[in-house]
Write a protein that binds this ligand. Structure first.
Ligand SMILES: [Zn+2]
Length: 70
């Protein structure tokens, strides 16, 4: 039985950090900037991982890790 990571429910709005996001469609993990100003698409399947909303990005998939900016 595979251990399931904790799922992050709903859409979370964040800014200022980088996030390791797991694509819900193909499970590719990709780093997304929390202030992305353009839509970020999964490099593997092209699903939108994050979209810009007035300076912050809404990340619509599971966040597996937060990478704080310094
Ligand atoms: Zn994908």
């Amino acid at each position: 039985m595979a251990r399931r990571p904790t799922r992050v429910p709903g859409v979370i709005t964040m800014a200022g950090n980088f996030y390791s996001v797991r694509c819900g469609d193909c499970e590719n993990e990709q780093i997304v900037f929390g202030k992305a100003s353009t839509e970020v698409a999964c490099a593997v399947c092209g699903t939108t991982l994050a979209r810009p909303t007035g300076g912050k990005a809404e990340i619509e998939h599971e966040i597996v890790e937060t990478v704080e900016s310094r």
